[in-house]
Design a protein around this ligand. Structure first.
Ligand SMILES: Nc1ncnc2c1ncn2[C@@H]1O[C@H](COP(=O)(O)OP(=O)(O)OP(=O)(O)O)[C@@H](O)[C@H]1O
Length: 332
């Protein structure tokens, strides 16, 4: 694991406006190879601006960006294309191009003016396609692919570019949940297997906190907090960040929880998964169910059944949480 990108007192933003718009400043941080680093932050906070600045698509306001020890501005465009590949998420309107042809575009920094592919280029293209596990799609037309498949093809193109650094802007957007997980795991595996530096922006907090090696958290005071998900959790950065009404960051699990308010309480007797699920379902209905609740009413888990005892009412047996909620409606 070596430092491949170093930012020193970097300020990013837009000079073309008066006054100059500073999106983030005083950024001192490094990105390492063989690691997956995820950039998190609210909408409009500046994630794309940072990615664009690090990709040299837009000028920085001040400070330095060192990539492999050299300031980004000192690289020629051609040298940068062999150093950094960028995967954007826009749904590109690619017609009449096969997956193989798309991935082959990744070789353009190496091919001559006519884009003629050498055996070496073909080897890299096949390798890239196989790394993201879409060999069976090689000859499909890109516009016939699903969002997830197209996303993988775009990543294969970046891999074929064979750069030590890959930036991705929201690679998990548009994907269903299992595909998001698969995509993050794929990128994490690639960072390990290919020793690449992989830096991506995402809104998938839970996933990033579980899979990323490092997190960059952009806050609304134009600062960036950097660390392992666990350190950011322990030092309170994550809780502060998400301390909005209704969202709790649970330091014990390192995950988020939606905090439901309650206005009634009921005693819940039992344990295990059924206990947690009843508690969860009732909380969603503004009822707090727990062992020591100050209530004469009780829900008891008896083997696979649930016994509801409301004060001065006949006891009721139910089998599912849906039934329980239905019965409780009469009293709560
Ligand atoms: N070309 C531009 N000129 C001036 N301001 C811009 C320009 N592009 C973006 N901004 C502003 O810079 C800020 C950061 O935008 P950016 O797109 O980087 O946010 P983001 O974190 O990527 O947001 P999202 O999660 O919604 O994609 C926003 O306030 C945005 O309005």
């Amino acid at each position: 694991m070596t430092k491949s990108i170093e930012l020193r007192d970097l300020a990013i933003g837009y000079k073309n406006r008066q006054p100059v718009k500073v999106v983030a400043q005083h950024i001192d941080a490094s990105i390492f190879s063989s690691e997956l680093t995820c950039l998190l932050g609210a909408n409009g906070i500046g994630k794309s601006t940072l990615l664009r600045t690090l990709s040299a698509f837009q000028p920085k306001l001040s400070g330095d960006v060192f990539i492999h020890g050299q300031e980004i501005g000192a690289y020629s465009e051609k040298a940068l294309a062999r150093l950094i590949s960028v995967v954007l998420t826009e749904r590109l309107d690619i017609k009449n191009m096969s997956v193989h042809e798309l991935v082959a575009l990744g070789r353009s920094p190496y091919t001559g003016f006519w884009g003629k592919l050498t055996p070496e280029d073909h080897k890299e293209i096949d390798k890239a396609i196989s790394l993201v596990k879409i060999t069976h799609l090689t000859h499909r037309m890109v516009h016939t692919l699903s969002d997830g498949e197209r996303q993988k093809a775009m990543i294969a193109k970046a891999l074929a570019q064979n750069t030590p650094v890959i930036f991705l802007d929201e690679p998990t957007a548009f994907l269903d949940f299992p595909s998001k997980v698969e995509m993050m795991q794929l990128l994490h595996r690639l960072s390990r297997e290919t020793q690449k530096t992989i830096f991506l922006s995402t809104h998938d907090l839970e996933l990033a906190l579980q899979i990323a090696d490092k997190i960059w958290l952009m806050d609304d005071r134009a600062r960036i907090h950097v660390g392992t998900p666990e350190d950011l959790s322990l030092n309170g950065d994550l809780s502060n960040f998400f301390a909005r009404k209704g969202i709790l960051f649970d330091k014990d699990t390192g995950l988020f929880r939606v905090e439901n308010d309650f206005d009634r309480q009921i005693r819940l007797v039992g344990h295990g998964q059924r206990y947690s699920m009843i508690r969860k379902a009732l909380l969603r209905n503004r009822i707090l169910a727990e062992r020591n609740a100050p209530s004469y009413d009780t829900i008891e888990i008896v083997e696979n059944r649930i016994l509801l005892s409301i004060e001065n009412q006949p006891q009721i047996w139910v089998d599912t949480i849906e039934e329980l909620l239905e019965k409780m409606k009469n009293y709560y």
